[in-house]
Design a binder for this molecule. Sequence first.
Ligand code: SAH
Ligand code: SF4
Ligand code: F3S
Length: 505
Amino acid sequence: MNDEYSKRIEAQDLTKEPPTEEPDRQYYFMKKCREIVKKKSEELGRPLTCNLTSFGCQMNARDSEKLCGVLEKAGYELTDSEEEADFIVYNTCTVRDNADQRVYGRLGHLNSLKKQKPHLKIALCGCMMQEPGVIEKLQKSYRFVDLIFGTHNLFRFAQLLSAMLASEDMIVDIWEKTDEIVEELPVKRKYFYKSGVNIMFGCDNFCSYCIVPYVRGRERSREPEEILCEIEKLVEDGVIEIMLLGQNVNSYGKNLEHPISFAELLRRVEKIEGLRRIRFMTSHPKDLSDELIEVMQHSTKICRHLHLPLQAGSNRILQAMNRRYTKETYLALVERIRHAIPDMAITTDIIVGFPGETPADVEETIDVVRKVQFDNAFTFIYSPRTGTPAAAMENQVPPESVHESFDKLLLEVQKTAKSRAALLEGKVMEALVEGVNEQDPAFVTGRLGNNMLVHFRADRRLIGKTVMVVLDTCHGFYYTGRMVDWTSQTGHTRLGKMVDNQWLN
Ligand code: SAH
Ligand code: SF4
Ligand code: F3S
């Protein structure tokens, strides 16, 4: 897969003007970067290194893989150590204020690092850069940053990098919006066996608390053929699990020239041979169709896990949030899903402290948690985001007054999650081995279809394979278990290393 990109880079002629067409233009600049990086590393007598941190969601992480793809082609060696790196990139998030604060906090540290190592280069990109006021603040108080760009021009990273390498000034390039989708750029995956795949960009929902539509722009779906082709290539390259990514995957394809539903896209993805598992994120409850439930019900590859953000249980608050569903319709939807697919794990996101929310409103949310019995829930304290309608509402709730309600909700969430997890104790389930256990290297960690983790004794050569595991003990949010050969015809459970229907040893 990577070779194809290297060939495209090699084909560029640096004695000529850069091509005007994308993505060739970027391949030209990758070649240019490669020459500069090579020269610098010859001067230093060692490779140039780069460290990249993602601060945001799965889409942010996928963008980071694209950035790493370009960095690698430009000749950088990727390192886990910020201290040792010659180039540091922060791919930022701004969904809540604490995400911004984490970046500002770490920038203070980078300032002192750069004083020790003046040749250190620093780049900031991602959603926070699209937020009004941030660039002005960085230009005023963080002059040591070398390159700043946003979400809409991420595909131009090679060009911006080459400008940064040739200049001592701060380079800032932020686009207000884009309707361009530039494909076919190099990607360096974090995991060889699983990958995210963007199916759409941006969001048109404008939930009143949310900054994402402002920093990611209008909703744009990729052509189904492009998506299928990308997944086929990934599978050829060893990927067995994919996660289809979009802020609201259920509205995928509606605005394409030849509209197609998300359910239909899934049907086509399912047919890709060699692909074992399909996940997707995120489903907006208002757009989850019966067609999608049916496709999930009959699929052998779609994981039994649905992330279905609730945000709030009170109809008054849901309306003020512009979520366009009610407590009753949400509950009815969950009922339909559980009826069709009883083993479906359902997780959610909840916000507490939205303007005007009272403890009685939070009780409504807790009521939904009790009724749905979520397998897990991410709970957030509302964070006002400048420019969103909710931030301008008059009835803001002081964060200190929401702690009691928040703790009560959290307790309920943990209770239901634990009781859901306990239901699977003793069951045999398929796990995808994701890595060596951090505490004990004789153990590996596997992810179940329902997104829960199981730790069991096994060889690290199983990483990236699916195996059957008995979930011996439930520890609340994870399991410990044993690998089994459940296909054994002996009538006994054989313990050992069974991989994709073959014994390893
Ligand atoms: N597109 C996804 C959500 C992306 S943001 C969806 O619609 O579900 C991830 C989560 O962050 C949201 O589900 C929400 O719970 C939370 N969130 C978004 N904006 C927030 C804010 N201003 N304050 C607190 N939490 C917020
Ligand atoms: Fe934000 Fe709502 Fe869009 Fe999700 S659907 S990204 S919460 S505006
Ligand atoms: Fe994701 Fe954060 Fe941007 S949640 S879309 S990285 S604001």
